[in-house]
Design a protein around this ligand. Structure first.
Ligand SMILES: Cc1cc2nc3c(=O)[nH]c(=O)nc-3n(C[C@H](O)[C@H](O)[C@H](O)COP(=O)(O)OP(=O)(O)OC[C@H]3O[C@@H](n4cnc5c(N)ncnc54)[C@H](O)[C@@H]3O)c2cc1C
Length: 570
């Protein structure tokens, strides 16, 4: 049976642009529904470097992009202070670099002018000795080095925070729900037909306006209305090391002269990235051995000992870069466009947002929402730079949190990082767990690498609308550390099964899917006997647990009980 739902704006895509627009509209009192075919942030947004930067690289060709990104980075830092972290960078200069210290310093002096917008410190020049003392992992071959200042963010969590705020303001947000076709009446787009990938249910969502925020998939969504939107999709990979390989982020130069870097990111270090035209299947992207070798080779020049560190998984994503003909990938503009298909193609009711950067998402969402509101006759101004995202309301005494809930300091700190001022609310979830004792049990660490507690899993399941075990790796970083879920996935599946009332078949399916995903992410970084060892481990694990690959028997149609009431009654 097809259900129907009616709203003012339907947003297609739960990446940073879609969730940013949904929040903006909801804050202006617009009725909005957002559908995401996977998990929030599960497309390009979570595959980014997560830098809230202006991009030193873009300064030369796209100073406007640098300016917008730096200004919006300042805004994002203000509304979500708990989600961000400072990333001090070192830029080593080698004798054979095409750009020597003098020229490099001119560029950095220009970048310094933008730093104030994003609370960044100006650069400093270090002698070879000073740089090596600061970062012993650096190559002794350097001539000198510069420092510069950037900020990082948990991009998937930023998407979730925007979506959660939108829901708090009355929006409907549904993950694992894919737009299969667009509804059209007399050439006007009037909504979409959406399929729930877990239950198989279909929805017809009628909307005055549809916003296509599907990232690199946006040409596919536009084609549903017979329209052509061109991108230059650029694939980028990151290697994720099992722990921090350096204290500071360090620039590196690829064999082709491209800038890359390795940087501390949350509990890990990441290295990247590539930028290559990609016209393959976005839903079946793989990382090649060559891509991994290319990144490692570049990083090795700056950090000679890099190969001693273990890459625990690889992340790949595709930039929805604006189309440009005849340019190298790195030279393409990082600017964005909001397209009114009524004006451009004579197909009213449909808008598309393309291109841009994570660091400027709030400004882009403001621009897109202004255009939508103008069509709807809504005059409310944008308030997204003024109101904090959930958790960003106030600082929190993490030591007191740790004592009050009997949870270790590192776990309390990481919890605060993800949930900010809402962290106590998360730990109170343990009261929802069935227990014989009069007082709720102290939170139990389920994933030690991050760490993640059972209370946080119950919270995201019951209060944040999380729908699968696999989604936990983005929502709370479960199982993406050194063990890649080997020591936590089964326990986490148990916690979610209890909280959400999953059957044993559903829990087993979730576990098998989660582990397969982790194995797929780990394999590109392995070679020869390592792959054989992983396959043997995988076969033994699947055999011991009695799983068959892709087994969904008995699990099909089951869903979580916390579904949004509005979706149920619509
Ligand atoms: C390697 C790499 C590094 C980057 N580093 C940075 C950086 O450090 N700083 C920075 O500012 N920017 C960075 N970027 C750019 C930034 O990540 C992107 O500009 C941004 O994330 C794009 O967000 P989006 O919402 O448009 O797309 P996405 O995040 O891809 O969101 C689109 C969503 O739409 C969903 N979708 C698709 N089709 C449908 C459908 N039919 N129905 C329902 N849902 C659908 C997808 O599942 C997806 O989740 C980087 C990008 C890459 C690839």
């Amino acid at each position: 049976m097809t259900r129907t739902l009616s709203t003012q704006v339907l947003v297609v895509g739960g990446g940073i642009n879609g969730t940013g627009i949904a929040r903006d509209l909801a804050l202006r009192g617009v009725r909005v529904a957002l559908v995401e075919k996977g998990e929030l942030g599960g497309g390009t947004s979570s595959a980014s470097s997560g830098m809230l930067h202006g991009g030193l690289r873009y300064l030369q060709k796209d100073p406007e992009v640098t300016l917008h990104s730096c200004v919006d980075s300042g805004n994002i830092q203000r509304i979500a202070p708990h989600l961000i972290f400072r990333i001090p960078f070192l830029m080593p200069i080698f004798r054979d670099d095409p750009i020597g210290p003098e020229l490099a310093e001119i560029g950095l002096e220009m970048y310094d002018r933008f730093q104030a917008f994003k609370r960044g410190k100006p650069h400093t020049r270090l002698s070879r000795e000073q740089a090596l003392r600061l970062e012993p992992a650096l190559s002794p071959q350097i001539e000198c080095a510069f420092t510069l200042d950037e900020w990082g963010v948990d991009a998937a969590r930023l998407c979730a925070a925007n979506a959660l705020d939108a829901v708090d303001r009355g929006a409907l947000v549904r993950t694992h729900s894919e737009v299969m076709s667009l509804l059209q009446v007399g050439g006007r787009v009037t909504g979409a037909r959406v399929r729930d990938g877990i239950t198989g249910e279909e929805w017809e969502i009628e909307a005055a306006l549809v916003m296509n925020a599907a990232g690199p998939w946006l040409p596919k969504v536009a084609r549903l209305a017979g329209l052509d939107v061109k991108l230059r999709p650029g694939k980028g990979i990151h290697l994720v090391f099992e722990r921090r390989v350096s204290d500071l982020a360090i620039y590196a130069r690829g064999i082709d002269g491209r800038d890359m870097f390795t940087f501390p990111h949350e509990q890990n270090s990441m290295a990247g990235t590539t930028d290559d035209d990609f016209y393959g299947d976005l839903d079946r992207m793989t990382t090649t051995e060559d891509e991994v070798a290319y990144v490692l080779q570049a990083i090795e020049r700056s950090i000679p000992g890099i190969r001693r560190h273990r890459v625990c998984h690889v992340i790949a994503g595709v930039r929805p870069t604006l189309f440009g003909f005849g340019k190298y990938e790195d030279e393409l503009s990082r600017d964005y466009q909001v397209i009114d298909h009524g004006e451009r193609d004579g197909v009213p009711g449909l808008f598309t947002i393309a291109g841009g950067k994570l660091a400027a998402y709030r400004l882009m969402a403001e621009d897109a929402s202004d255009r939508l509101c103008a069509k709807l006759g809504v005059r409310e101004p944008c308030r997204t730079a003024l109101l904090p995202l959930p958790g960003g309301e106030a600082p929190l005494d993490v030591a007191a949190l740790s004592r009050r809930f009997r949870v270790g300091w590192p776990a309390a700190l990481r919890l605060f990082f993800r949930h900010g001022a809402h962290a106590p609310r998360v730990l109170e979830q343990n009261a929802a767990l069935p227990c014989a004792e009069p007082a709720p049990p102290a939170p139990r660490i389920v994933c030690a690498c991050e760490p993640v507690t059972d209370a946080e899993l119950v919270h995201v399941a019951l209060r944040e609308g999380l729908r699968t075990l696999t989604d936990c790796s983005l929502r709370v970083r479960l199982g993406i550390g050194a063990c890649q879920g080997a020591s936590c996935a089964a326990a986490a599946a148990g916690v979610l099964a209890e909280a959400l009332g999953w059957s044993a078949e559903r829990a087993a399916y979730e576990l098998a899917t989660f582990l397969s995903g982790r194995w797929r992410a780990a394999t590109p970084a392995l070679a020869g006997p390592q792959i054989a060892a992983l396959e043997l481990h995988r076969a033994a694990d699947l055999g011991a647990r009695g799983f068959t690959r892709g087994d969904r028997a008995g699990a099909a149609g089951e869903d979580t009980p916390q579904r949004d009431a509005a979706w149920e009654t619509a």
